[in-house]
Design a protein around this ligand. Structure first.
Ligand code: AMP
Length: 219
């Protein structure tokens, strides 16, 4: 059996995880699994799950481990994840990392790529971020699509995320330090951690990731 390319993309909010995952997903033909995207889609579709999590997301809190673990377990049962996946925003706690190991079994996480960015940079990026509600493409507030409110790729509405407000950004960054930063140690101990400087152009970060994957014989 060929081994699956299961990659965890770690990094503070605004480090560029979503942008890199979209590119890598197209290159390696594996799905981009973002628990944040799954939860936002549920809110937009007004499902039971959406109602349950809406206020938690708006305040920048964390949804329970049990709930997101179940979502990820279900997602991995879909056929497109048979060759692996790019995980973005999951795991976010040690409990979730352990659950992920259990979900994946022997053919588990191959690498954890940590996109390292200074707090000032991500605070600025998050407050200026605009996103297409249809395709998820990310813009800056000064981009034409952001000022016109229409996505240049799919024509969908370009909005500011409900949790990209100053209070919510502060809360999310502090939860990152408390709950998610310990994951660096978790993956380092297992010899799976690579840290990259995310304060570079999108192309430069993508090129570095591709080089590391090739050097490690993962692609
Ligand atoms: P993100 O798009 O990854 O920034 O996630 C947006 C929001 O969704 C977070 O601030 C949390 O409220 C929730 N969320 C996403 N992924 C997780 C997770 N793995 N564990 C708990 N909450 C999550």
């Amino acid at each position: 059996m060929t081994s699956r390319l299961n990659l965890v993309i770690l990094g503070i909010q605004g480090a560029g995880k979503g942008t890199q995952c979209k590119r890598l997903s197209a290159t390696y033909v594996i799905p981009h699994i973002s628990t944040g995207d799954i939860l936002r889609a549920a809110i937009k579709d007004k499902t039971e799950l959406g109602f349950e999590v809406e206020s938690i997301l708006a305040q920048g809190g964390l949804v329970s481990d049990d709930l997101v673990n179940r979502l990820v377990e279900e997602r991995f049962k879909q056929a497109d994840a048979a060759k692996g996946a790019l995980l973005d925003g999951f795991p976010r706690t040690i409990g979730q990392a352990e659950a992920l190991d259990a979900i994946l079994g022997d053919d588990g996480v191959k690498l954890c790529i940590n996109l390292d960015a200074p707090i000032e940079l991500v605070t600025d990026r998050l407050s200026r971020r605009r996103v297409c509600q249809e395709c998820g493409h990310i813009y800056r507030d000064t981009d034409e699509a952001a000022t016109s409110g229409e996505c240049a790729l799919c024509g969908g509405p370009v909005i500011q995320r409900a949790d990209d407000t100053a209070d919510s950004i502060r809360q999310r960054l502090s939860l990152y330090e408390r709950d998610t930063a310990p994951l660096l140690h978790y993956y380092e101990e297992r010899g799976l951690l690579v840290t990259l400087d995310a304060d570079q152009s999108v192309d430069e970060v993508t090129a570095e990731i591709e080089k590391i994957l090739a050097e490690r014989g993962l692609v």
